[in-house]
Ligand binder design. Structure first.
Ligand code: ADP
Ligand code: MG
Length: 601
């Protein structure tokens, strides 16, 4: 007798659940994706105790046919693909037919659905994968799935669940991304009676963004758009002055699917290169459309990750379009939004501020299916929502006024200097503060970058050569970099087994700092983990020289000095941030000044 058996359906579903249903947010994800696939224009999500005691997802989509109700809960039952070839061009979020049976296998589930508005529908009750009842009921079109006591029959899994806040964090993060991916769907998320998010569903990405991150933030975002033969990109990116300590506020949506992808993130981050300080990250929501055949979504059971057939092209595409945008923008942060006006707390912050109630597992909180209820007891969320609505109304008025074209870097008239460090300047639009050291660094950086690109003919033979000694490993690395250093005008030759001699260097290296500059270039080469190309070494060398050559803070400048400095700054390719990504100019518009002095309200 053979020992191999085909597993029964329930066991197979519980195994699949291990992959698909990792935690409460996975359930929310699968149910919301089904609601999106069903063409819903409204999706409401209620969760209790971080989703562990209850998750309800209700939509107004196409509904499930009465005859299909039970089939939908069979393993590999899907209405979304018919042939295996369909896997190569997937236009729905789901397709594996695993979610419903997996969730039903590890919870107590109720599904109510109707495909019409005649008030007729069907209700199915399943517990631990076993159908308890199926009956005709009256309800409106759409589907409502209630998942109670997730993992009640898989205690090992339940043990791994983190604090309620952590689980809720995963859920809300996912809903925020979906709200951004589908601005034409009105989403709401409620946790234990506190409404955490409500989007308008008016199709405007920026309005959805405002509902998630607050209107003050949304108003500062810059629209980005682009297209080539394979890809189409649309979205919003933050000006460099608006940044975060981590990558969490970056959202990429590929063909309507929120995904996490290192390469895409990197394309975006590189476009911000030298515009952002170290360890700061932009905010962005970027939707990319491409032919479904260019992306493989069947890589990850929960589909968080995808595989692109032309990943490098896509990277370059994102980087190019965001960089191009910055090349035309005036990127002067307002001193007013940065300090005087605290931003409206975004739901994420609100969520952290909320005090969680003690768990209550009673059955009385189930929302009624007949009418959508509005919960307004969370004051701060209400404020965010009202702000978005007010903004939408204001925008309709504002759209009628036309804006005047301004030069990219404003014409400025210096007024004076503060502490020998900051230049105060003005024009008709307002007041500007310029960090003179940062401005000098930027000007020098761009000049040195140019010079390092063509250093050969002007290299200088040294009367007293500079010699440097290294350990054997470092010496080998440096030996291999001799040709690269020569390209930026620093010519080395071996001088004994572990030593090198600088025989010539560009004559314009900062005076008196020549050997220190070269030593720092070499230290950087030794410390750099990534491959170094000509651009990287030009950039680094230019940064080192710019630091050394720039005037230090506390240096008195005459009016003429200031005018010249501002003129040179205006001529820079990027006059807004120093090479380390710190801002050079901060502005207060006349209106902002009036607001601060309460001349206007
Ligand atoms: P998949 O989404 O991969 O097809 P699921 O197990 O998530 O598999 O769902 C099975 C089927 O049930 C879907 O293909 C769809 O036909 C139906 N279904 C599930 N949820 C909904 C919903 N909210 N509205 C309409 N149909 C749904
Ligand atoms: Mg699905």
């Amino acid at each position: 007798m053979g020992k191999i058996l085909v597993l029964d359906e329930l066991t197979a579903n519980q195994i699949a659940a291990g992959e698909v249903v990792e935690r409460p947010s996975s359930v929310v994800k699968e149910l919301v994706e089904n609601a999106v696939d069903a063409g819903s224009s409204r999706i409401d999500v209620w969760v209790e105790e971080g989703g562990l005691s209850r998750i309800v997802v209700r939509d107004n989509g196409s509904g499930i046919e009465a005859d299909d109700m039970q089939t939908a809960f069979f393993r590999h039952a899907t209405s979304k693909i018919v042939h295996s070839r369909d896997l190569f061009s997937i236009h729905t979020l789901g397709f594996r037919g695993e979610a419903l049976p997996s969730i039903a296998a590890v919870s107590k589930l109720e599904c109510i659905s109707s495909t019409n508005n005649n008030g007729l529908g069907r209700k199915l009750v399943i517990e631990g994968g076993k159908v308890l009842s199926i009956q005709d009921i009256s309800c409106s079109q759409g589907t409502e799935i209630t998942v109670n006591e997730l993992f009640y029959n898989t205690p090992a899994r339940l043990k791994y669940m983190k604090a309620i806040q952590t689980e809720l964090g995963h859920i809300s993060d996912y809903i925020y991304r979906m709200a951004l991916a589908y601005p034409h769907i009105a989403f709401s998320l409620t946790h234990n009676d506190s409404e955490l998010l409500r989007t308008h569903g008016d199709g405007q990405l920026l309005h959805a963004f405002a509902a998630v991150y607050g209107t003050t933030t949304a108003k500062q975002m810059i629209a980005v758009e682009g297209e080539d033969l394979d890809y189409k990109l649309k979205g919003y990116v933050s000006p460099p002055g608006l940044n975060r300590a981590n990558r969490n506020a970056i959202t990429f949506i590929i063909n309507g699917r929120y995904i996490r992808n290192f390469t895409l993130n990197n394309g975006l981050l590189q476009a911000y290169h030298t515009l952002l300080p170290l360890h700061r990250f932009p905010m962005a929501v970027i939707q990319i459309e491409m032919d479904a055949s260019l992306v493989d979504v069947n890589v990850h059971p929960a589909k968080w990750e995808v595989r692109f057939s032309k990943e490098q092209e896509l990277f370059a595409f994102v980087k190019a379009h965001v960089s191009k945008l910055f090349a035309t923008q005036t990127l002067i942060p307002s001193g007013y939004t940065a300090s005087a006006n605290p931003t409206v707390p975004a739901p994420k912050q609100v969520q952290e501020q909320l005090k969680w109630e003690t768990p209550n597992v009673s059955d009385t909180r189930k929302p009624s299916f007949e009418s959508y209820r509005e919960i307004d007891n969370d004051f701060e969320m209400k404020e965010v929502r009202e702000n978005v609505q007010k903004w939408i109304a204001d925008e309709q008025v504002a759209n009628q006024t036309t804006s005047v074209e301004q030069p990219r870097f404003p014409q400025l008239e210096p007024v004076g200097q503060v502490h020998g460090t900051y230049i105060v300047a003005q024009n008709e639009q307002g007041l500007y503060l310029i960090d003179q050291h940062a401005a000098h660094e930027r000007i020098h950086y761009e000049e040195f970058y140019e010079k390092f690109g063509n250093p050969e003919p002007i290299s200088q033979e040294l009367l007293i050569p500079i010699t440097m000694e290294f350990n054997p490993t470092d010496a080998r690395i440096i030996e291999s970099k001799i040709p690269l250093l020569a390209q930026v005008g620093v010519v080395l030759e071996p001088f004994g087994p572990q030593a090198f001699r600088v025989i010539s260097h560009p004559y314009w290296l900062p005076k008196g700092e020549e050997s220190a500059t070269i030593e720092e270039m070499i230290e950087w080469i030794l410390g750099e983990k990534k491959g170094i190309d000509l651009h990287a070494i030009r950039e680094k060398s230019a940064i080192l020289c710019a630091c050394k050559a720039s005037i230090k803070a506390n240096q008195a400048l005459t009016n003429l000095d200031m005018m010249k400095l501002l003129e040179r700054l205006a001529g820079c390719e990027n006059p807004f941030t120093c090479p380390h990504g710190r801002p050079i100019v901060i502005s207060f518009s006349s209106y902002e000044l009036e607001k601060m002095f309460k001349r206007v309200t």
